[in-house]
Design a protein around this ligand. Sequence first.
Ligand code: CTP
Ligand code: MG
Ligand code: K
Length: 180
Amino acid sequence: MVVETVAVAVWTMLPAYVPNNAAVLVGGGPPIDGGRTYDGKRLLGDGKTWRGTAGGTLAGVLVAVAANLAAPAVETATGLDLPSFPLHAAVALAFGAMLGDVLASLLKRRTGRRRGASFPLLDQLDFVVVALALAFLVAPAWAGGVFTLPVVVAVLVVTPVLHLTTNAGAYLLGLKEEPY
Ligand code: CTP
Ligand code: MG
Ligand code: K
């Protein structure tokens, strides 16, 4: 069923969904690129900080731990068959999400986009694509079991919608500079 597949997909990606939002809350301080430029443009920009990246990754891992604790009760209540997160898979999803966002900023700066400029589709999918890739690299057996083709398709379709909704909410709450 489509609803079940989407629910399982969202649950499985929770450790990758939370880091970027957590980074908005805890980010700040020294930028990862140390202010360095290439060809007159910043490498990453002031929006990619050590604190945001570390805090975001940690938040994603903590969400995985909480999801493991909550899964049995949620399974009983919903009848869904939910995966649990081994630590290496949780770290891969959480850090992969942050890495995807950082790589997107690298690409944005090279293509002349200033900090905060939008890059449709890249903004909405960078973190899930790299999170999935890193999960398959670091935890291949686990990822192969949970990320079936229908789940991956659901992730790619649902993530842009969730991402835009969350960011619009964060913007309205005054937490984020741009609504995307
Ligand atoms: N943030 C951070 N470290 C990260 C990612 C995000 O500190 N690795 C914080 C920054 O305060 C950033 C905010 O979260 O400004 C919003 O993140 P994002 O929209 O990804 O960054 P932008 O400021 O829009 O910069 P860019 O154009 O490079 O995406
Ligand atoms: Mg932004
Ligand atoms: K971003």
